[in-house]
Design a protein around this ligand. Structure first.
Ligand code: NDP
Length: 385
């Protein structure tokens, strides 16, 4: 129960969650999501996925997830701060640098992590930098953490493409979302020579046949915290369409769902295949329904599953924890290089696991097996506890 007082002096009460799923290979680790749709079921599926994703990174982190049905949209900075302080007043009993280390997710970025960290420090009377990740650079955050999930998605998909003699060069890319993961996936895809033609938020989508200008998207989303619709007033030739779903009708070679779960259902999948899409890279957690994934695999598309493709965020969080323990900061290039190595490694381990178990080319199964093996080994080694 998270009670807080809004700017009009009214008492508001939200529900908060933290699911600690598995700590066989390290402290529980996973983000916090603030979104009105949050409930225990969503946090549990995210926590379950997180166990295997964290294992895939090769780093010593267990699986957990948390959040609240609090809606940050339209709230003032002071309301956000009061909510975060109340949330942490409850959560602080259950977390710690060697116990459970939350991070950001939908609706939780550097601003929220800052308020959460401040309240933890105040309540515990101790500077435990490693209790949260995604911190600001001034107080223990890691360079490249902000970019890590999106960049990681592209490093991963690029490695998969290389396996099949392809690359991002001159590919048309559609990316759902315009939040943290979507923006930095777009940035790296453009770096690699792709053209990003469509992005969205929960209200609608933009199409820019000349290639989306990310500096405008960053200004709208990261600075102004405004709607994606604003883009068309600032870029000639761009179009806006109401409703986020239509984004999957935009023709593309590579689709990167980076918004939220169940974004691509079987109907969307059929449209994508019909329009000639050959690669799906899951930036969000479980953005394709099971039916959609099955259909893509039947039709021979390359599918980069979320627990592998978006593992770069949590991997870099673990690198942030390492820097906090060592009390030093690595350069952007150093972190980015480690991130690239981790994503390439995940790709190889996943391909190897798929082949060992007779599922050659099925990266969805490969990622599940590769993530599971290490967790089960650790659990068995530790006995009945
Ligand atoms: P943000 O809050 O930064 O962005 C979410 C984006 O998705 C926004 O543009 C949002 O639009 C859009 N969106 C569209 N429909 C919905 C919906 N129904 N519910 C929520 N958002 C919606 O979140 P992130 O970019 O951090 O996260 C995106 C996805 O990536 C999530 O699935 C998350 O779990 C996953 N992920 C994130 C990691 C990270 O490091 N941040 C790490 C690994 C996975 P609007 O602004 O209109 O709400």
């Amino acid at each position: 129960r998270v009670p807080w007082v809004d700017d009009n002096g009214n008492v508001q009460v939200n529900r908060g969650f933290r699911v600690q799923f598995n700590n066989a290979i390290g402290p529980y680790k996973g983000g916090l999501r603030f979104h009105p749709s949050v409930n225990l079921s969503i946090i549990k599926f995210l926590g379950f996925e997180q166990i295997f994703k964290n294992s895939l990174t090769g780093l010593p982190i267990g699986g957990g997830k948390g959040g609240s049905d609090f809606n940050p949209k339209g709230k003032s900075d002071n309301e956000i701060m009061r909510f975060c302080q109340s949330f942490m007043t409850e959560l602080c009993r259950h977390i710690g640098p060697n116990l459970d280390v939350p991070a950001g997710d939908i609706g939780v970025g550097a601003r929220e992590i800052g308020y959460l960290f401040g309240q933890y420090k105040r309540l515990r009377n101790s500077y435990d930098a490693g209790v949260l990740t995604g911190k600001g650079l001034a107080y223990g955050g890691s360079l490249a953490r902000k970019e890590a999930t999106g960049f990681g998605v592209i490093y991963f998909v690029n490695e998969m493409l290389n396996y099949h003699g392809q690359s991002f060069e001159n590919k048309r890319v559609v990316i759902s979302g315009s939040g943290n993961v979507a923006i930095y996936a777009a940035e790296k895809a453009i770096d690699y020579g792709a053209k990003v033609v469509a992005m969205c938020d929960s209200s609608g989508y933009i199409v820019d046949e000349n290639g989306i200008d990310l500096s405008i998207v960053k200004q709208i989303k990261e600075v102004e915290r405004n709607r994606i619709k604003e883009y068309i007033a600032r870029k000639e030739g761009a179009q806006y369409f109401e409703g986020q779903k239509g984004i999957w009708t935009v023709k593309c070679d590579i689709a990167l769902p980076c918004a939220t779960q169940n974004d691509i259902n079987l109907d969307d999948a059929k449209i994508l295949v019909e329009n000639g899409t050959t690669v799906i890279g899951e930036g969000a957690n479980m953005p394709c329904t099971n039916e959609a994934v099955k259909y893509f695999l039947e039709k021979g598309l390359l599918v980069a599953p979320a627990k592998a493709a978006n593992a770069g965020g949590v991997a870099t969080s673990a690198l942030e924890m390492t820097q906090n323990s060592m009390r030093l900061s690595w350069s952007f290039e150093e972190v980015d290089e480690k991130l690239q190595g981790i994503m390439v490694n995940i790709c190889h381990n996943m391909v190897d696991a798929a082949e060992r178990y007779g599922f050659k080319g099925n990266y969805v199964v490969g990622a599940n097996i590769a993530g599971f093996e290490k967790v089960v080994d650790a659990m068995q080694a530790q006995g009945i506890v």
